[in-house]
Design a binder for this molecule. Structure first.
Ligand SMILES: Nc1ncnc2c1ncn2[C@@H]1O[C@H](COP(=O)(O)OP(=O)(O)OP(=O)(O)O)[C@@H](O)[C@H]1O
Length: 242
């Protein structure tokens, strides 16, 4: 891992009216690492992703990516800079085939010329186990395959940073394990990942570090074992799957 972080957030805040949803968050993500994000429902995890991807603008603070200030960039500019994301609720073009969804992501998200986008789509289909569903309308996929497509669409933009929002949520144990295996292969290729996940044991099987958010603010950060043993984290997580 290089010492220069790939992504840096400095004192980033976001409010909705009187509600501070992101409260002075500073964090760094290093090249090649997988950072796991934990926090109770409504803690502000997805908002943090929205701030990184540009779907939401920060009220205060600075976001840097590859040493470049991206705080004012629009989502498509951040995507082209190398930030790919999946959404908690999969957002494919339901009437289009799986393959068409991937070509579209590669062309418009990744700004790849058509021929390259086709190659990328084929490559990503193989990598994510979606090849047999390539010509199926995305709207008819099972939950596991919709999650895979969500991951595949992000990969088709050829990200150097992959933001994964609850990709294992709602899956069976076996399905979640399949996804984790896929993520491990992606990680081994050098893709840096930030993964929000309530399925803690799935997250722990791959995360290098954890960052815990509660009420929009940082509760804990560090090596997975240290964070999971932190009494405050245990208190906040009581009753949750571990
Ligand atoms: N556009 C918005 N307008 C007003 N409030 C919002 C908006 N988006 C999010 N919030 C509020 O911000 C808080 C944090 O939401 P967020 O979705 O970031 O949490 P989360 O940690 O991802 O939750 P979950 O684990 O349930 O997905 C919640 O109270 C939510 O209702």
């Amino acid at each position: 891992m290089s010492s220069t972080p790939l992504l840096t957030l400095e004192a980033v805040s976001k409010r909705y009216g009187a509600l501070t949803v992101t409260d002075n968050i500073s964090l760094s993500v290093h090249r090649g690492e997988t950072l796991g994000i934990l926090g109770p429902n409504g803690a502000g995890k997805t908002t943090l992703f929205n701030l990184i991807s540009g779907d939401v603008r920060a009220d205060a603070g600075r976001i840097a990516y590859e040493d470049r200030d991206i705080t004012a960039l629009k989502p498509h500019q951040r995507c082209r800079a190398g930030i790919g994301r999946s959404y908690q609720v999969p957002q494919p073009f339901g009437h289009m085939s799986v393959f068409e969804n991937l070509v579209t992501a590669a062309c418009f998200g990744g700004q790849q010329p058509e021929k390259e986008a086709w190659h990328t789509a084929v490559e990503v289909l193989e990598k994510t186990g979606l090849k047999v569903h390539a010509n199926q309308p995305a709207g008819g996929l099972t939950l596991l395959n919709r999650k895979r497509l969500e991951l595949a669409r992000a990969l088709a933009t050829r990200p150097s940073l992959l933001l994964l929002d609850e990709i294992a949520g709602g899956l069976t144990e076996h399905e979640a394990q399949e996804l984790v295996d896929e993520l491990r292969r992606i990680k081994a290729e050098g893709v840096t990942m930030v993964w929000i996940e309530h399925v803690v044991h799935a997250l722990l099987s791959i995360a290098d570090r954890l960052f815990v958010i509660n009420f929009g603010a940082k509760l804990a950060e560090g090596l997975p074992q240290d964070v999971m043993n932190d009494p405050e984290v245990q208190r906040v997580y009581m009753g949750m799957e571990a």
